[in-house]
Design a protein around this ligand. Structure first.
Ligand code: PMP
Length: 458
């Protein structure tokens, strides 16, 4: 039997996609009207679609292809591991060489005190794992009623029921009766929206104190943990003032609450350090890792477990009834190890810190003079450019999201991928992006802001 998919023309492929494929985070009717773009190949920071367009990937896929596309080394390692041992599990007192080597490597790379690793396959699964660990921890300490986890509005922690409950995305909540009980949300450190007359430093402390207020309102004896992305990525690249996390840290210590850093986006060099926690001075008890861990070449995620929780689980926990068929998958672990080797050998984190990160941030800030730009914010190779109706105030667009989508579509048509969050453009390119590619990205952004401005008649 011949596989008819091999001979499908582009238009037939699009028709088949519409007929059979339900995409993530997609308006199905709108997609059916337009059809999907088919990406066929990639190299470095460039994607090619089936029409032959070369597209600059300003998002590193979904914030994940840190070492860029087309790395033969990763393909070779994967092929070698598949031939030697394509799969075995890590249940029942068993391990594989790549799983243990990766656990050891992550214990070395992550900040001191995070010595233990639990593997999963996605950021969502890793965060689900953390919720189960945290609840188990408090149960073993004789405080099972300490089961509430506090997060923030606009947080993104995944798309499973627990991931979406941890997250603070109201659209996700309202579609499926979330959040589940036991998940609370405080305001984010969103200076442009909420800063008012405060300095960024004053506002950072005030925003952090929302945590203390919520703890006291709930009763500290009920609060298990607080979770935060160092920079809120999918929520619009919300960068906290420097004063925010020290105050968060103080509050967590004062009430004995576990602090979880979701490093799914900020981990592996994005902010110019290996982990966003280093950039912002966070000392987490648990850390979520995914995306850049394998640069997206294979699905893998990990929970870094600090001594406080690990000792309790190990010394007092008995069997922990949790895990996935593919926890510590040997091929994914081997690919992640090779990815980390490349990041280290090529000095990619230092490159983001000292060279391309500052260049990218400086060039992007040139866009601040554009009439639509309310703020350019970011660190290293992650940034948000927020579009506003009036810089004075600022006055945001109504309805929210329309202008961002217009601008995003202009970027796509100009063969640069940026993403819109509400009315901000977010950018997170591969860590290997060249200076010339940054120039092209910034110049295209300006052109697309002009086109957007013309479209909305401002
Ligand atoms: N946490 C953060 C901070 C994320 O950005 C994401 C994905 N964008 C997730 C968790 C969920 O990861 P996944 O999509 O792999 O489940």
């Amino acid at each position: 039997m011949t596989n008819k998919l091999n001979v499908l023309s582009d238009s037939a492929l699009m028709a088949a996609d519409t007929a059979h494929h339900l995409h993530p985070f997609t308006d199905y009717k709108a997609l059916a009207a337009e059809g999907s773009r088919v990406i066929v190949r990639a190299e470095g920071c460039t994607l090619w679609d089936s029409q032959g367009n070369a597209i600059l990937d300003g998002m590193a896929g979904l914030w994940c292809v840190n070492i860029g596309y087309g790395r033969e080394e990763l393909a070779d390692v994967a092929a070698r591991q598949m031939r030697e041992l394509p799969y075995y599990n890590t249940f029942f007192k068993t391990t594989t060489r790549p799983a243990t080597e990766l656990a050891t490597r992550l214990a070395e790379l992550t900040p001191p005190g995070l010595e233990h690793v639990f593997f999963a396959n996605s950021g969502s699964e890793a965060n689900d794992t953390i919720v189960r660990m945290v609840r188990r921890y408090w149960q073993l300490h004789g405080q099972p009623e300490r089961n509430v986890i506090i997060s923030r509005e606009y947080a993104y922690h995944g798309s499973t029921l627990v991931g979406a409950s941890l997250g603070g995305m109201s659209a996700m909540h309202s579609q499926t009766g979330l959040p589940l009980p036991g998940f609370e949300h405080i305001r984010p450190p969103y200076y442009l929206r909420d800063g008012g007359n405060m300095t960024p430093q004053e506002f950072g402390v005030a925003a952090a104190q929302a945590l203390e207020e919520r703890i006291l309102a709930l009763g500290p004896e009920r609060v298990a943990a607080f979770i935060a992305e160092p920079i809120q990525g999918a929520g619009g690249v919300i960068v906290p003032p420097d004063s925010y996390f020290p105050e968060i840290q103080r509050i967590c210590r004062e009430y004995g609450i576990l602090l979880i850093a979701d490093e799914v986006i900020c981990g592996f060099g994005r902010t110019g350090n290996w982990f966003g926690s280093e950039t912002f001075g966070i000392e987490p008890d648990l850390m979520t890792l995914a995306k850049g861990l394998s640069s997206g070449y294979l699905p893998i995620s990990a929970v870094m477990v600090g001594d406080r929780v690990a000792r309790t689980l190990i010394d007092e926990g008995g069997e922990f009834f949790h895990g996935f068929t593919y926890s510590g998958h040997p091929v994914a672990c081997a690919v992640a190890l090779e990815n980390l080797r490349i990041m280290q050998d090529e000095g990619l984190v230092e490159r983001v810190r000292d060279d391309i990160g500052p260049y990218f941030q400086d060039r992007l800030r040139e866009l601040a003079d554009h009439p639509l730009v309310g703020e350019v914010r970011g660190v290293g190779l992650i940034a948000g450019v927020e579009l506003v109706r009036d810089k004075d105030g600022p006055v945001f667009f109504q309805p929210e999201g329309r202008v961002g989508t217009i601008c995003r579509d202009h970027c796509f048509r100009n063969n640069v991928i940026m993403r819109a969050v509400r009315d901000g453009m977010v950018i997170s390119p591969p860590l290997v992006i060249s200076h010339a590619e940054v120039d092209r990205l910034v110049e295209t952004a300006r052109r697309c802001f002009d086109l957007t401005q013309a479209d909305i008649g401002l």
